[in-house]
Design a protein around this ligand. Sequence first.
Ligand code: SF4
Length: 402
Amino acid sequence: MQIEDIKSPVDYLIYSKNEIHGYSRAIGKLFDLSTSYISDAEKAYKEGKKVIWSRTNGWEVPLAYSCGIIPVAFSEMGRLSDFETMRIGEEYYQFPPETCSMVKCTVGQWHKRKSKSINRILGAGVACEPFNLALELMKQAGYDVHTVDVIYRAPGMKGDELENLVEFFIRQIYDTVEWLTGSRKIDEDKLKQEIQRKNQLISKVRKILELRIGNPFYMRSLPAIFLLTGLNAGYFGKPEEYEKVLDLLIEELENAPVNEEDLKRVIPLVWVGNAGQEFGVFEVIDQADGALLGFRGYPFNICREDIPPVEALARHVLGNQDAGASVYVQQVLEKEAQKVNARGLILYGYLGCSYSTIAREMWGDHFRKQGIPSINLEGTFQIGPPSGQILTRIKAFTEMLA
Ligand code: SF4
């Protein structure tokens, strides 16, 4: 396949796997895990395994696995959508056209799978109002939905206030276990093992990201995004296989020769957004010698192993970048920009998301004052080529940095 043949995100994955990264078994396996994620999870469900759709905010994944349940990131299902799926959100569920495409795509996918696939959804009120509405609609549509209440750590919250929040969240973890298993009893040994596994995977992902700084073109932007997606999205439903891919990738990166010319011409960038669906964006960055080396989602925070595991989960969530206030993300971005010696930030969100729009403006302004330029892009979630305007802007931005 050649670049001109690409028509969809799946084509991009095949192109990136075979044409760009044909030399790397690890990257090929990473793409395979990603592309088989949803279909294999649905197959496991049909074979009688316990599987739920889940949000993935750092605590759901170890908790669900410790209960013998596979958590499948519903965002990765929404990613399979096209305009038709999105239309279900607009016409059947009456979401206004200006609603963020991620919400409409996910709702459309659940609608199509109703009564045929995984029928339980673990959501959280921390997302946003459109998504909360989506979860309510899915309840009415017959799904078994459980949502935890808002987990929001305001800027500067500490001391007793923070402790109250931790206690509140711990109660919600027990409520979730009751929904998952029918009992409030948590197998702490199993949960501890899952926490240790998560910490181990985090340390391997960190190592890979650090090795990439010294060899920035070995693993280009798209698979780097999927590396983090795997960590956050339930390890693609296959923790052991995901870990093997990480080990292989570390081995490859440690032994891959470094081209000194690459180090001279690379433009280190920080990616501030989710994976999106417009993979052409990553191709344009790569072609302009950009490299996404820093990430908003860098796993800087591990789960403590010296305290009871339920408390460790609560503190992990409330101590990471997605704890609530955007200032926590900004602190991570600062460290990332410094670590990779970033020449620019790419701020990417979905059209119609008023929440991230405000945060992106704030981060852009903050880094401008520090002399680090950024570009603010609004894309879409459903399958379809990226708009020419986005590609032109990103190309111009990367060339400007060069
Ligand atoms: S992108 Fe924004 S509007 Fe869309 S689901 Fe996420 S937070 Fe909500």
